[in-house]
Design a protein around this ligand. Structure first.
Ligand code: SF4
Length: 265
């Protein structure tokens, strides 16, 4: 039985990716996103961004990882994320260091798989967390919204979460502080709502502000995507490829900065 790893899965955004869970076997997160594909965040596990989990890797992590990596010499990404927000674990770097050592001892057919981190960006206002996050070679940071109303509706953050402006500021800092060879990618999940009383983040006021935020953050890449599995809320559904393409063009027109690449997936 595997305790820490999932897959590998073929991902449109990462290539062949092996998932690493660094959290206990239940979802724990600072957000309760309406579209979350692992279900709603239980009230007791919706935690503030300064909450810390002490969950060190057991000796099994190294063995489990080494045995799987030996089977996939063409892997593209070792991807930390899954049961919630991985930066909540105080032992995140212990996991990363082991993954680094195991990767260095493997034979690869092409480039080594990148050490990748998913974060919902809520903890990045803390310098100590940015210090940890920037150790990852490929940082996938969530920014679905850029207005506080959209933030509250879409991500339903813990009430001690920083507001969206503070999160955007922390992403600017992270980009300034990280080393140039490590990449910062902003991921924006855009969705629709069947519920007439619920405005999804697929609205122009949100997209206008998102463009301004992206212009300030200047990430290496922006990935626009949508829901692909069953969302936490019944009224959420995916946008189609035509709309994704329209959003990319809309953002590009507003941003007017050719150094910021925006793709849709
Ligand atoms: S941040 Fe990620 S894990 Fe947390 S609720 Fe949102 S989609 Fe789910």
């Amino acid at each position: 039985m595997r305790d820490y790893t999932y897959g590998p899965f073929q991902s449109r955004r990462l290539g062949l990716s092996l998932g690493i869970n660094v959290l206990p076997n239940y979802k724990v997160c600072t957000f309760n996103c309406v579209y979350c594909e692992i279900g709603s965040t239980d009230k007791k596990n919706l935690v503030p961004p300064n909450f810390r989990i002490k969950f060190p890797p057991s000796s099994k992590f190294r063995k489990e990882l080494a045995s799987i990596l030996s089977l996939v010499p063409h892997l593209n990404s070792i991807t930390f994320g899954y049961n919630g927000e991985p930066t909540l674990n105080d032992h995140l770097l212990d996991f990363l260091n082991i993954a680094y050592e195991v990767r260095e001892n493997c034979e690869w057919t092409g480039q080594k798989p990148l050490l990748t981190l998913f974060t919902n960006s809520s903890t990045l206002y803390l310098e100590e967390i940015r210090e940890r996050v920037k150790q990852f070679e490929f940082i996938l940071a969530k920014l679905d919204v850029a207005t506080d109303d959209d933030f509250k509706r879409t991500n339903r953050p813990h009430n001690k979460s920083p507001n969206i402006e503070a999160i955007i500021n922390s992403l600017v800092k992270l980009r300034e502080e990280k080393t140039v060879d490590h990449k910062l990618v902003i991921q924006s999940l855009i969705y629709n709502s069947y519920n007439r009383d619920f405005t999804s983040n697929n609205n122009n006021s949100n997209l206008d502000k998102l463009a301004l935020a992206l212009k300030r953050i200047k990430p290496d890449l922006v990935q626009i995507y949508t829901t692909a599995r069953i969302p936490a809320e019944y009224y959420v559904y995916s946008i189609d490829d035509t709309r994704k393409n329209e959003i990319v063009k809309y953002l590009e027109d507003l941003i007017q900065d050719k150094s910021i690449t925006i793709n849709f997936y």
